[in-house]
Ligand binder design. Structure first.
Ligand SMILES: Nc1ncnc2c1ncn2[C@@H]1O[C@H](COP(=O)(O)OP(=O)(O)OP(=O)(O)O)[C@@H](O)[C@H]1O
Ligand SMILES: [Mg+2]
Length: 243
């Protein structure tokens, strides 16, 4: 099983919408996919219309294989499962702080779901203990970057944070998100930086993506914008091939 986290310290950059579209496309390819929504805001659980309440305590899900399995919810799509968000996740930092060897425990518990091809993690923003834990257990860290200088600075800070907690920078895969081709600055930054990014797919700023909040469907299932659907397919393929 490959573990891929969507992570950025910055909020509102496209972590959740990418988690949802990527998980859906992987599952549509026949890959057994689990999306773990670690954000107490529960955006990706909302998009997949699963109940945002866990019957198990998160401490148990971290430490007991049975509890982890029991907390996984089906979706309306074949091969696609969700470990939903719970409002108690707002306290996760304190909970992790109080746990002994949380990384080792969570890695061990996750080995229970090794029959999945992909585990996609939707992370909350920040530089928290939870972000540290997710980064440690993931094989790949996908970072949506809006083409602005401030977002590039955030990417540098993320790399610094990863260094400081002993996470290899080679696991980090940034990609451009919410790119507005009408903006000169966006075009300029993409041109300057895309050579440094292994993932070349650029997710455009698109009202179609915002519509996900209304349709509660992944983009490929409702959008008439064939180009946008193709872009998401390209992103998925680049992630499978390179990340
Ligand atoms: N490419 C895009 N074009 C237009 N709107 C987008 C795009 N990507 C995301 N959005 C919109 O921006 C908002 C934030 O997106 P999303 O929730 O995916 O970000 P996030 O990084 O997960 O945020 P948070 O840090 O709060 O979890 C949502 O309303 C979403 O519909
Ligand atoms: Mg989110």
């Amino acid at each position: 099983m490959k573990i891929i986290a969507l992570y950025s310290p910055k909020g509102g950059v496209g972590k959740s919408v990418t988690s949802v579209n990527l998980s859906y496309l992987l599952s549509a390819d026949g890959k057994k996919t689990l999306l773990w929504d670690f954000d107490p805001q529960g955006a990706s659980s909302f998009y997949f219309q699963v109940e945002q309440e866990l019957s198990k305590k998160i401490e148990d899900i971290f430490t007991e294989k049975k509890s982890l399995r029991k907390s996984i919810t089906k979706t309306q799509y074949a091969n696609l499962f969700v470990l939903p968000s719970d409002f108690s996740f707002r306290n996760l930092d304190l909970i992790i702080d109080a746990m002994k060897k949380p990384i080792k425990k969570l890695k061990n518990t996750i080995s229970e779901v090794n029959d999945y091809d992909f585990l996609i993690i939707d992370s909350p923003p920040g530089f928290t203990n939870l972000n540290k834990l997710i980064s440690k257990i993931s094989d790949t860290i996908l970072v949506p970057v809006i083409p602005t200088y401030l977002s590039l600075r955030t990417l540098d800070k993320l790399k610094f944070f990863m260094d400081s907690i002993g996470v290899n920078n080679e696991k980090i895969f940034p990609f451009f998100s919410m790119a507005d081709r009408r903006k000169k600055l966006h075009r300029q930054i993409i041109e300057e930086k895309i050579g440094e990014f292994e993932i070349k797919t650029v997710i455009p700023y698109s009202a179609e993506i915002e519509k996900m909040g209304e349709t509660l469907l992944p983009v490929p299932l409702f959008s008439k914008n064939k180009r946008l659907i193709e872009i998401y397919h390209n992103l998925k393929q680049e992630i499978i091939d390179n990340a």
